[in-house]
Design a protein around this ligand. Structure first.
Ligand code: NAD
Length: 332
């Protein structure tokens, strides 16, 4: 099986490709993987170090919105998993042009290239943020899409395009919508690695508003298992929520990380809330559970392992930390 994985120099995609080639994820024995990644600020070739040199892996630097490149690269692949995206909400509030380019134009180009090359299978990796915010209850896959941030709006647009390619052209594409991921190799601008690296540097963590916002957290390896299941068992045109994670307030995460890092109890600095900040995300994961998915990594265990990874891999995050901190400090 020849699989094209986009955005795999980033956080989730690199965990997915390393899982595929190390055998941690169930994959066909003849698996070969092409990674296509633009190497934006969030892309880091070092993320693929565990599998560099594997003869089954080919890396191509390039943009998923580059039609000419896709016309050369996509034919011959059996399936595509699209992780490539601009992924940070705060950056999308500061300016959303790159988000429209990567998430909308790029996904459209990839869908069209898959259709032209008669690629048999496509998984579009999306997010629970497309649903907006929910005060009570949980979203099913039939819940309306009501994105609030520019990031979520571009991901929702990509989902709509994927559904349209399934219905109009019969492309065999499924969509996954997952909650917040955490784990090793996540860029230190995102909440959990931002907080861990601040605490390891002896600094207080910047917490939006009163810290009451609730997110649905899942370990990246569980998300990768869900994507792999949908790749092989998902229905054409279907959406799958990746549920089964843990719902926690940002304040609770901050408290757990302060304890795990052995930092002083007053290591929280409240900062003005993010504009349009979604209050709560909550996913009903029943549909994917019926397909056989249950997360394996408990939150406390996963968080402890993640703190350990950042403690032991300072050389990975220290060069990224200045830019990530500037983004965090200048959050609108
Ligand atoms: P990331 O920002 O860590 O990585 C994104 C990768 O995509 C980078 O390697 C970057 O270089 C690459 N990229 C960006 N634009 C590109 C383009 N135009 N062409 C080719 N490559 C490009 O993101 P992540 O956290 O690993 O997220 C991966 C996917 O999962 C995204 O689609 C995101 O929307 C989705 N998702 C993320 C989360 C989360 O909590 N991180 C949750 C649910 C869904």
């Amino acid at each position: 099986m020849r699989l094209l994985v986009t955005g795999a120099a980033g956080f989730i995609g690199s965990n997915y490709v390393c899982g595929l080639l190390s055998g941690a994820l169930t994959a066909p024995p003849d698996i070969r993987v092409t990674v296509l990644d633009k190497l934006t600020y969030a892309g880091n070739l070092a993320n693929l170090d565990p599998v560099t040199g594997d003869p089954r892996l080919t890396f191509v630097e390039g943009d998923i919105a580059d039609d000419d490149l896709l016309a050369r690269l996509v034919p011959g692949h059996d399936a595509i998993v699209n992780f490539a995206a601009e992924s940070h909400v705060d950056r999308s509030i500061a300016g959303s042009q790159d988000f429209v380019h990567a998430n909308v134009v790029g996904t459209h180009a990839l869908l069209q290239a898959a259709l032209d090359a008669r690629v048999e299978r496509f998984v579009q990796v999306s997010t629970d943020e497309v649903y907006g915010s929910i005060a009570e209850g949980s979203w099913s896959e039939d819940s309306p899409v009501r994105p609030n941030s520019p990031y979520a709006a571009t991901k929702a647009a990509a989902d709509m395009l994927a559904c349209a390619f399934a219905r109009t052209h019969g492309l065999n594409v499924s969509i996954t919508r997952c909650g917040n991921n955490y784990g090793p190799r996540q860029y230190p601008e995102k909440l959990i690695p931002l907080f861990i690296t601040h605490l390891l540097e002896g600094r207080p963590v910047p917490l939006y508003g009163d810290g009451g916002n609730i997110r649905h957290w899942i370990h990246v390896e569980d998300h990768c298992r869900a994507v792999q299941l949908v790749l092989h068992k998902g229905e054409p045109g279907a959406v799958y929520n990746v549920g089964g994670g843990r719902e926690l307030t940002n304040m609770s995460i901050a408290g757990q990380l302060i304890e795990a890092c052995g930092s002083p109890a007053d290591s929280i600095r409240h900062v003005p809330d993010r504009p349009g900040h979604d209050y709560r995300y909550s996913l009903d994961g029943g549909k994917l559970r019926d397909l056989g998915f249950t997360p394996r990594i408990g939150f406390e265990e996963g968080l402890a392992a993640t703190v350990r990874w950042y403690r032991e891999n300072r050389s990975w995050w220290e060069p990224l930390k200045d830019i990530a901190t500037k983004v965090a400090e200048n959050r609108p």
